[in-house]
Design a protein around this ligand. Sequence first.
Ligand code: PLP
Length: 419
Amino acid sequence: MVFWGPDFSELQQEDPEIAEIILAELERARSGLQLIASENFTSPAVLAALGSTLSNKYAEGYPGKRYYGGCSEVDRAELIGIERAKELFGAEHANLQPHSGASANIAAYGAFVAPGDTVMAMSLSHGGHLTHGSPVNFSGKWFNIVSYGVRPEDDLIDMEEVRRIAIENKPKMIICGATAYPRLIDFAGFRDIADEVGAIMMVDAAHFIGLVAGKAIPSPVPYADVVCFTTHKVLRGPRGGMMLCKAEHAAKIDKAVFPMMQGGPLMHAVAAKAVALKEASTPEYQAYAKQVILNAQALVSGLADRGMRPVSGGTDTHLALIDITSTGVTGAEAEIRCDAGRITLNKNAIPFDQQPPSIASGIRVGTPSVTTQGMGIAQMDVIADLIDRAVRSADPQEHAVIAKQTEQLVSDFPAYARG
Ligand SMILES: *Cc1c(COP(=O)(O)O)cnc(C)c1O
């Protein structure tokens, strides 16, 4: 059998406009440094599954219980993916159908709470996600959200405060996990508090689940009622979401994903998630996950040595939040200056930020992409130097010099080999 798959020349002939953009984006990504903490470079095998004819198949429902005929082959892909997820994470049940991390979170709300209920989550300004209660998100519009944050002394989650707020507000669901929290989360502590107030414990592991898969940090799976995550961050799979839960919640979770919140699954993405789970089960991936953390720690020290303050003093994960107030440059300006040096990172609010989020006093950096490229600790100090110079300079000529040096660095560690 021959794979009927992407032949790029067909796209170039039929739609040169879009083909050109795809090539330009590939060039952008591999000719600069990608330090967005939530991005990665997925494998050719995952991309092949994504670009397959599985995209054509309607498969509403679950393996063996579909609303459509002709699902015998996609059933096999989904069952393999579910088994791999259960095995890799030691979970009792897995659902691979959420279209994204936000969709997985929506399904968790759908399974366990109803509009008007009280839900407790990390405050957005201290690193929580939009789906944790932002007033512009469904979570903030439809639920009574109570928030916890970090302590001003050390930027760490204060478990005593979490407990006090939980007892005071009796939430039906407590969410832990964040988009910009560099430290480990006390899952056992959250479990105790959830039990004390009779709440469901949901872990939003979108950012760090890849580190759990690689056995580089402790797993939330033994503690949580449900773990929601994305498959495209450190985990290095296709863009998408996934959920793990205890067997007792399996039917509830499955019904919340479909038919409550979603329609037909993206079977090409489900198959690609299965491929990524296989990759994440290897010793090579485990070594990768550990290196991601070592690189993040090296990058943080490099920036700290150059006078920037790591929020919470460092990192235990793949990301760091850096308070750049001491440079006199805002997060927004730093993002633009780094971009001019071909360094892609994002501005980020820091806890107790004096600036509005659109300006911000910090930057967020992550090492999943550069580690996939094969960079190590030695390169992190070079990157810290490039960031430091880019942030502190307002001179376009200096930014052009930095851009050249960045290109040189990444050309030694190509993201996708040039044909
Ligand atoms: C990235 C992220 C999400 C959302 O994932 P999408 O795939 O963008 O919907 C949700 N929660 C957290 C904590 C995240 O970091």
